[in-house]
Design a protein around this ligand. Structure first.
Ligand code: NAD
Length: 490
């Protein structure tokens, strides 16, 4: 039976009045198991107003008391980890272990936000002038919103939500309309926290729902993660409406493979980066640039690793690459491989048109290796967001760094080498916010900000850690004078 998802507004599970719904289909089995309503602007308004009312009291709850809810949430997430991971796999296709991994990072963010009593401390100076002191406090903004993408339905809202809550804000979460079920289950846990109604709310929907959030006068700040065109549009509309915004966009992440790299380690790690999560990570490495003599040994090993990858249903044991999000996405990826061929690339391992036995209706895209990809062509620059790896070649480290820097995105760049000097030059000169040295997915831990650059990020303050604390607070400066002679004599 399919479930029609609910909104969670003002502390109540609420049936959306929307007549339009989208089907949620398990991409690994093609089973239609839920429907997501496309909530109206009026439903956004109800949630925003409930949040504004809740904020008046919530901001005065002392930080040490606010974080008690997070301790409880951590415990509930731990206890339900397997159940949530299963849901995540069912709605987005990744493997069960990958789902567990993303939920682990969600929990880490809850843990970091439990440090808010220290993290949101201000600072002060005594006697900035004779008898005058100056203080800086951090105060919450008010009503905030989080717009999520499909590919990490459990984790990404948690780059923001624990910090918003702990710093004294209220938050409306709008999950991806492609993968909204995991957040529904997360909010079933949040419902048990005993939070005041309106502090955390869930409103399902798609673009119109987002636009209602962006245009709502009560919403002070918007956190968004998704594709670059959507991130750019949401950032611009938020800014035009006077809101604070942080919008993390798409990616096309390159890796340099130096001749002195340990080829076996590089191959193993890069195959997981490129083909894990079916290539649907914003930190997937999708462009491999071999330097000098690395070309032949890496190409041979990587081709073998591409063919050896076990593709299948994410809930089955031993599967390394699950389904892509939808049949449309599979068709789009296959079409882009055709574009690569037309541009002159050779398809050295072809993952098109294959099926997983027992799951013939599933949206499985097998790992694909493209060779001789023209660096100035469309495929070298386009985010494919599937298990497709493009090989290119240069003669020197300097040429490689220039190639890495010649692109619009700046989410991540990696190097595999045994040379500290090469690694240092790479890390210093490369235009990207997250750098991996002998690492395939340089995902910042929860206690570091997630530092995308260029077309991969619109804003100033990123998700996670101290950036999130700064994003969700505004500074208030107090300059004060208390002359002794004004005090009552005791
Ligand atoms: P998407 O841009 O289609 O959707 C993301 C969210 O924005 C959804 O909630 C959607 O409803 C909303 N949205 C989409 N278009 C909109 C518009 N024009 N106006 C208002 N709202 C809009 O992204 P997706 O397909 O769900 O996710 C995959 C993308 O996210 C990839 O490009 C990936 O690289 C990126 N991503 C980036 C990061 C990062 O940290 N930089 C992390 C994960 C995913």
């Amino acid at each position: 039976m399919t479930q029609r998802l609910l909104n969670y507004v003002n502390g109540q599970w609420t049936e959306s009045k929307a007549t339009e719904c989208l089907p949620i289909i398990n991409p690994g089995t093609a089973e239609h198991f839920a429907d997501v309503p496309l909530s109206s602007a009026q439903e956004v308004d109800t949630a925003a107003k409930a949040a504004a009312v809740a904020f008046r009291e919530w901001r005065r709850v002392p930080a040490p008391d606010r974080i008690q809810y997070l301790f409880k949430l951590k415990q509930l997430l731990e206890e339900n980890l397997d159940f949530l991971a299963r849901t995540c796999t069912e709605e987005c296709g990744k493997t069960f272990n990958e789902s567990k991994g993303e939920l682990r990072r969600a929990i880490e963010n809850v843990e970091v936000a439990c440090g808010i009593p220290m993290l949101m401390q201000g600072r002060n100076n005594e006697d900035i002038a004779r008898g005058i002191d100056e203080h800086m406090f951090r105060q919450p903004l008010g009503v905030t919103a989080m717009i999520a993408p499909f590919n990490f339905p459990g984790m990404i809202p948690f780059w923001f939500l624990p910090y918003a809550l702990a710093t004294g804000n209220c938050m409306i979460v709008k999950p991806s309309e492609k993968c909204p079920v995991t957040q529904q289950r997360v909010f079933e846990l949040i419902d048990h926290l005993g939070l005041p109604p309106g502090v955390l709310q869930l409103v399902n929907g798609a673009r119109d729902t987002v636009e209602a959030i962006l245009d709502h006068p009560v919403v002070r700040a918007v956190s968004m993660v998704g594709s670059t065109p959507a991130a750019r549009a949401i950032y611009a509309r938020s800014a035009a409406n006077g809101k604070r915004a942080q919008c993390q966009g798409g990616a096309k992440n390159p890796v340099l493979i130096m001749p002195d790299a340990d080829m076996e380690t590089a191959t193993r790690i890069l195959a997981d980066s490129a083909y894990g999560c079916a290539g649907q990570r914003c930190l997937a490495l999708s462009v491999g640039i071999t330097v000098g003599e690395a070309k032949e040994p890496f190409r041979k090993r990587f081709s073998e690793a591409t063919q050896a990858r076990k593709v299948g249903y994410g809930l089955e044991e031993g599967v390394e690459t699950g389904a892509v999000i939808s049949a449309e996405s599979k068709a789009r990826i296959e079409k882009l491989i055709g574009v690569a061929e037309a541009e002159g690339a050779s398809v050295s391992v072809d993952g098109r048109g294959q099926k997983v036995p027992g799951y013939e209706q599933g949206s499985y895209m097998f790992p694909t290796l493209l060779d001789h990809v023209p660096p100035q062509g469309e495929i070298a620059k386009t985010e494919i967001f599937g298990p497709v790896f493009s090989l290119m070649h240069v003669d020197t480290l300097e040429e490689g760094i220039a190639m890495v820097n010649d692109r619009a995105f700046g989410n991540m760049a990696c190097i595999f080498t045994a040379s500290g000097a090469a690694a240092r030059q790479f890390r210093t000169e490369t235009h990207a916010g997250n750098i991996g040295v002998n690492i395939g997915v340089a995902a910042p831990m929860a206690f570091f900000p997630f530092s995308g650059w260029a077309d991969s990020f619109f804003g100033d303050l990123h998700g996670q850690a101290e950036h999130a604390v700064e994003f969700f607070t505004e500074t208030k400066i107090v300059v004060e004078r208390w002359p002794k002679e004004w005090s009552r004599k005791f």
